[in-house]
Design a protein around this ligand. Structure first.
Ligand code: CUA
Length: 317
């Protein structure tokens, strides 16, 4: 539209000079309108296939296209009309009309209806987007510079309480070790997440450093992960397949590489995958073992470097 208005101004300038300039500008305008419609219909950048319940997202965007596109076409056609209708004629004077109550009223109402139609459907969809169904599986998405990892509730269906301030090598998700709900939590320390088909998921977003945004285009849903707080939304994957995860918030030099994979599958393969993941308790136990082994190693190393050590190298001289 800005381009159209600009060429309109240039056009009226040209109209003052000659009729051909006027004709040219009018045709240019028509070309812009037709070109825009043709590109919209034949665009190579249309959405991916949808694989979730959120067709309402598509509907609201299509509605925005209709309203925005309709206004664009009307404004452009009006300017084409003006270029021809009001072109320069010797002796013709422009009319001075500082105020037109009727026109202003009409335009105000039209704009109001347009803006309401653009915003209201989005509010309705948003309301559904954050009202999570009771049978949703909780999935925690943990974003970091630069990758993803996940946490799922264990048998109890509940995620243990967490706090970013207590994140450490021993506790990569910052879980409250006194919370019994966290003991059976499942750690997915990989950028590949599996989801059950036709079962709603509640996505809980966390970030350990800066803003990120968990986005799978096929699910149509996304939200920022904000360090220090937990944001959430829900969706229901309804098509088996592998989908790419993208970070949709600029988060530093490797933002482009912050990709992952979501696999939507049936119960059998989902449960198999789930059973291969590690729980918080097994992670902690393994970690303690590693530490003990490390201590033993340190001891052995100390012994061998000790002057009185029986492992001391023989003097070759
Ligand atoms: Cu994380 Cu961009």
């Amino acid at each position: 539209t800005a381009y159209a208005i600009l060429s309109g101004l240039v056009g009226s300038e040209m109209c003052i000079r000659d009729r051909f300039g006027c004709m040219f500008t009018g045709l240019l305008f028509l070309a812009v309108i037709i070109g825009s419609i043709v590109f919209h219909v034949w665009t190579p950048w249309w959405w991916t296939d949808i694989a979730s319940n959120w067709s309402a997202m598509d509907d609201t965007i299509i509605l925005s296209f209709w309203i925005g596109g309709g206004v664009f076409i009307l404004v452009c056609l009006f300017m084409v009309y003006c270029i021809f209708r009001y072109q320069y004629k010797e002796g013709r004077r422009s009319e001075y009309k500082p105020e037109d109550k009727k026109l202003e009223k009409g335009l105000t109402w039209l704009t109001t209806i347009g803006v309401v139609a653009l915003l209201a459907p989005g509010l309705v969809v948003w309301n559904n987007y954050i009202r999570v169904p009771d049978n949703a599986i909780q999935v925690e998405v943990m974003a970091w510079q630069w990758g993803w990892k996940y946490r799922l509730p264990g048998q109890d269906g509940k995620l243990g309480a967490s706090n970013n301030r207590i994140i450490s090598d021993d506790n990569p998700y910052g879980l409250n070790i006194d919370d019994p709900n966290g003991k059976d939590d499942v750690f997915v320390e990989s950028n590949e997440l599996h989801l059950l088909k036709d079962r709603p998921v509640k996505i809980l977003l966390r970030s350990i450093d800066v803003l990120h945004n968990f986005y799978v285009p096929q699910f149509r849903s996304k939200m920022d992960a904000v360090p220090g707080t937990i944001t959430f939304y829900w969706f229901e994957p309804n098509k088996n397949g592998e989908y790419e995860v993208l970070c949709a918030e600029y988060c530093g030099v490797a933002h482009y590489a912050m990709r992952g994979k979501v696999v939507v599958e049936d119960k059998g393969s989902y449960n198999k995958w789930l059973s291969e993941q590690e729980t918080f308790s097994s992670f902690t136990a393994k970690n303690i073992n590693n530490k003990l082994n490390k201590k033993k190693l340190v001891k052995i190393n100390n012994l061998s470097s000790n002057k009185n050590s029986i492992l001391k190298e023989q003097d070759v001289r």
